[in-house]
Design a protein around this ligand. Structure first.
Ligand SMILES: [Zn+2]
Length: 196
């Protein structure tokens, strides 16, 4: 029997999630409709609310519900320590460590000339402005080639500026995105950061 088309559509939509293939998507769709309709409603409402209320922080470009995110708005964070990351999920990964007291700057990607991503697409001008008042700029980008190239580019642009420029210690798995690195490895890489 052919499933109704709205069910097919749901299965197809669930496949936008990372790591979800056709089988897993089908299992999720049947689970929600057969066994957990309240869960399905909660999911729909939470997703709709998040899509509507989450925007980018005017200062650091991470996720926010107000003009500034909770971290930029907090008087307890040290604005002279600036940690540069690729994505909002990297901010979440650092916050899970619980040891960083500074603020972040989310690039929104890394330099990738082949994909047409240059310094203008990453809004690097804004980062350089923020670095002017920083004591330390920590380049915490992925260890893939584009992440390394982006860190080198930013370090060059900051040469001669008063801020100390550091990067995470080697020891992170090569070619990895930070959000998939375990917390102990990340903590070590963070504590052992080196000057650039
Ligand atoms: Zn912010």
């Amino acid at each position: 029997m052919k499933p109704p088309s709205s069910l097919e559509e749901l299965i197809e939509a669930l496949r936008c999630l990372p790591g979800v293939g056709p089988k897993a998507a089908q299992r999720m769709a049947f689970h929600l409709l057969q066994r957990d309709k309240p869960g399905a409603h909660r999911l729909t409402n939470a997703l709709a609310r998040a899509l509507q209320s989450i925007r980018r922080c005017a200062r650091c470009n991470s996720f926010a519900e107000e003009e500034l995110c909770a971290l930029c708005a907090s008087p307890r964070r040290d604005a002279s320590l600036l940690c540069v990351v690729e994505r909002p999920s990297d901010v979440a990964a650092f916050e899970r460590l619980g040891s960083f007291r500074g603020v972040y700057h989310v690039l929104g990607g890394v330099l990738s000339p082949l994909d047409g991503v240059g310094p203008d697409q990453l809004n690097l001008a804004r980062l350089l402005e923020r670095c002017a008042g920083a004591a330390e700029v920590i380049l915490a980008l992925g260890t893939h080639a584009e992440g390394e190239a982006t860190a080198t580019y930013i370090a060059q642009r900051l040469r001669g500026k008063p801020a100390r420029v550091t990067r995470l210690a080697r020891g992170l798995p090569a070619g990895s995105d930070l959000e998939y690195v375990d917390e102990i490895t990340m903590q070590r890489a963070f504590e052992g950061r080196v000057n650039l």
